[in-house]
Design a protein around this ligand. Structure first.
Ligand code: TXA
Ligand code: MG
Length: 329
């Protein structure tokens, strides 16, 4: 199969619609990362997603809908705080988990009685979702465990020959996956951190919990227990306060002829002044936006990525650190 990359226009939307309605999958942009989408009502199509990615079959998928889709047809028991959060943050990088009405394929939620719903703000994603007018189940469009894709080229590099079409909506500006928020309890609980932070949610509705996964426990959000975001080269990570040790290791490896690169934010790059740097950028939004392309750049040119954690650790950096430490574990 030849994988086509097409800009989003009348012609590509028509083809995407044809593929989706005949039970196929399509690479699609969102503001966070690219997704691998299929009709959520079609079990055969949803199962293709798991097969193509090599995704464990107990890790549920998020359903994507356009902004005028009636979510009450898919889920029930939407609490008041969730309605307030929808108003404040959607469309946007916030996925909300509700009690499912059980109308989409059971394979989407891997047998859970809940359903994760996301309304992406990306203009191209909205056009695609509106065109097909179906709930689209979509995980990130990478091979399972690999770094998430933030451009159509990234998707192509992982899935060339395995899917027919990638809708090209340019580079993702968000850069890390959406915040996943459990909305089935008394208060909202962050299951996966992202660009909509726990603080932002708490400021809007008064309270917000955070679920911390402990190894071996029954995961509330099953994705948490899996290895993720890994570049195909050796990686190691140091705390910001241990930047000196990172530089020492870098010098030693370079002296031994190893292509080692330091991956760090701009402030640390300036301080360390080493030659082989992969720079994540200055602000927290820049760092989030660049994270996955930096890890992919790293695996292309480095034998060893030596990551130094950014100094700032709160807000959006909670989500960045979660990915970076998993990528380098
Ligand atoms: O930004 C994003 O969320 C991207 C784009 C494509 O929308 N999608 C994405 O999907 O990151 P994925 O499959 O890579 O991650 C989905 C996460 C997993 O951690 C999964 O366990 C969790 O959402 N999840 C899905 N359904 C759930 C449910 N019913 N209850 C709890 N967690 C759920
Ligand atoms: Mg993923």
């Amino acid at each position: 199969m030849n994988t086509k990359i097409m800009k989003i226009d009348g012609r590509s939307l028509e083809l995407a619609d044809k593929i989706i309605k005949s039970g196929g999958v399509v690479g699609m942009p969102t503001e966070t990362v690219y997704g691998l989408g299929a009709n959520a009502f079609d079990t055969g199509a949803v199962e293709k997603i798991f097969r193509i990615k090599g995704r464990p079959n107990d890790n549920p998928l998020i359903v994507h809908i356009h902004k005028d889709y009636d979510i009450s047809t898919l889920v029930s028991d939407v609490p008041d705080y969730a309605a307030a959060l929808q108003k404040a943050f959607l469309p946007g990088p916030l996925t909300m988990v509700y009690k499912s009405r059980g109308v989409v394929s059971k394979s989407v939620s891997c047998g859970l009685d809940t359903l994760a719903i996301r309304i992406p703000s990306h203009e191209g994603a909205q056009k695609f979702l509106k065109y097909v007018n179906l709930p689209i189940a979509a995980p990130s469009a990478n091979i399972s465990k690999h770094v998430s894709p933030t451009s159509a080229e990234h998707v192509f590099n992982d899935l060339n020959g395995k899917i027919e079409l990638i809708l090209d909506g340019g580079k993702c500006t968000g850069g890390i996956e959406s915040t996943v928020l459990d909305c089935t309890g008394e208060i909202p609980v962050v299951l996966r951190s992202g660009l909509i932070t726990r603080e932002m949610i708490a400021r809007t509705v008064g309270e917000c919990g955070e679920y911390v996964y402990k190894d071996g426990a029954r995961a509330l959000s099953p994705g948490m227990k899996y290895k993720h975001y890994s570049p195909n080269c050796r990686t190691v990570m140091f705390a910001n306060s241990e930047a000196g040790k990172a530089i020492e290791l870098y010098s030693k490896e370079r002296a031994n002829g190893v292509r080692a690169y330091i991956l760090c934010d701009d402030a640390t790059a300036v301080k360390t002044a080493v030659e082989d740097i992969i720079n994540l950028g200055k602000t927290e939004t820049e760092i989030a936006e660049n994270l996955y392309s930096a890890l992919r750049e790293g695996e292309e040119k480095a034998e060893l990525i030596i990551a130094i954690a950014p100094e700032k650790q709160d807000g959006v950096m909670v989500g960045v650190m979660n990915r970076l430490s998993k990528a380098c574990s």
